[in-house]
Design a protein around this ligand. Structure first.
Ligand SMILES: [Fe+2]
Ligand SMILES: [Fe+2]
Length: 182
């Protein structure tokens, strides 16, 4: 029960955008000035905002005592309608900019595989939701703080411009009716 109480005390919805901005400016890999996020990666960062919101909604659902089924229904819908396409785009167009031998890419791919498994599991739903809440946020932190900064350093202008065009078709609309988090 301690865990369920503690997850409600983390980020609130209004602080999520601030959190993302801070993540993008955090600079513990080196002491250079914060790197401004390229427009191509900003569209992926908007997806990350929705991902962080999913974790927040799950935390909110637990603190409000919402049934696991309602939360699982929303999480599955979000996975199929937003997250999966985001993962596929990263794997097809973003990660190859660093190559499949890159340790950061290997870590991100392992996190994707693990998250896909958690979203697709049909048993132990409460435990899975807790793991999704925690691990999705962790994955997004890693991409925003570390992986995207490196991508931005190594990618050419042309490569970044191309990413912008491939992401443009992915506009997520959160039109799920059962807004259990409100
Ligand atoms: Fe990712
Ligand atoms: Fe991502």
């Amino acid at each position: 029960m301690g865990y369920l109480q503690s997850i409600g005390n983390r980020l609130s919805e209004n602080t999520l955008l601030l959190f993302l901005r801070k993540e993008q400016n955090s600079n513990f890999m080196n002491k250079k000035k914060p790197i401004k996020r390229h427009a191509a990666l900003q569209s992926l960062s908007r997806d990350h905002h929705h991902g962080l919101l999913l974790s927040w909604k799950i935390r909110k659902g637990f603190t409000k005592g919402i049934s696991i089924e309602r939360m699982v229904d929303y999480a599955s819908w979000f996975f199929k309608n937003s997250l999966l396409a985001h993962f596929e785009l990263e794997e097809k167009y973003i990660f190859p900019l660093l190559g499949d031998k890159d340790e950061l890419v290997k870590k991100a791919l392992a996190q994707h595989r693990r998250l896909v498994r958690l979203f697709e599991l049909k048993e132990d739903n409460q435990k899975n939701l807790c793991l999704i809440e925690e691990e999705l946020e962790c994955h997004i932190r890693f991409e925003e703080r570390i992986l995207f900064n490196k991508i931005q350093e190594v990618a050419s202008k042309e490569e970044l411009a191309f990413i912008e065009t491939v992401h443009s078709g992915l506009v997520f609309e959160d039109n799920w009716d059962d807004k259990f988090w409100e």
